[in-house]
Design a protein around this ligand. Structure first.
Ligand code: HEC
Length: 187
């Protein structure tokens, strides 16, 4: 191959590769940014942190968990007018290690295990449509044998235009301790 044709081949290869790199992040927090040091705020790319009128919450969280018991938990993103929504959730010990087990059977969710073994749960590529104002996703969390657990979730409510502008980001966190009662709800 002549040098000039190699260069044009490389340019075509790049042009073909680039769109697929962009699609990899569509409605799906990039895995590249996950991990103990790397779980960046969605706000790194999505604008307007906290300036929207919406919220993200985790429903069904026990304040005191029973060791080994499985809890159905629901992540809910609400924002009037939002067409797309997404999130990234982790359950971690106080030193940042994985706490308990995340079990997912919902095809609108994806699980990503980072190099430090922390499991991140997030919306899947096709799991981000809202009903015009909200979206929720349910999964199972199997409690560990003990220790304090911090749940943290970062979320984006988007206008559905396929760009990072015009979106709002939200976050929420709550802790749970090992104990007898599983009835109390976290604040
Ligand atoms: C490194 C940059 C980057 C980070 C960090 C990032 N995103 Fe995105 N996200 C994008 C880009 C770029 C788009 C738009 C283009 C596309 O869809 O691929 C997008 C689109 C979205 C959309 C669709 C928005 C719309 O209105 O169409 C959702 C939902 C979303 N991201 C969720 C998240 C969540 C939740 C996080 C954090 C946990 C996150 N993103 C972190 C780059 C990022």
């Amino acid at each position: 191959m002549k040098l000039s044709s190699m260069i044009s081949f490389a340019a075509v290869a790049l042009a073909v590769a680039l769109p697929s790199v962009a699609t990899a992040s569509t409605s799906n927090p990039p895995d590249l940014y996950l991990g103990r040091q790397g779980a960046v705020s969605c706000n790194l790319c999505h604008s307007h942190a906290g300036t929207g009128s919406g919220s993200v919450s985790i429903q069904g969280l026990p304040k005191m968990y029973e060791p080994g018991k499985s809890y159905p938990l629901t992540v809910k993103v609400v924002e009037p007018g939002a067409k797309k929504a997404g999130f990234r959730l982790a359950a971690q010990t106080s030193d940042g290690a994985q706490a308990g087990k995340i079990v997912n059977r919902d095809p609108s969710l994806d699980v990503h295990v980072a190099t430090d073994n922390v499991t991140y749960l997030k919306q899947s590529y096709n799991g981000s449509d809202t009903n015009g104002s909200e979206r929720s996703w349910t999964f199972l969390w199997k409690a560990p044998e003990g220790g304090s657990v911090k749940f943290s979730v970062d979320a984006v409510a988007g206008d559905g235009d396929g760009t990072v502008t015009g979106d709002h980001s939200y976050s929420f966190s709550a802790s749970a301790q090992a104990g007898q009662s599983s009835r109390g709800q976290a604040d």
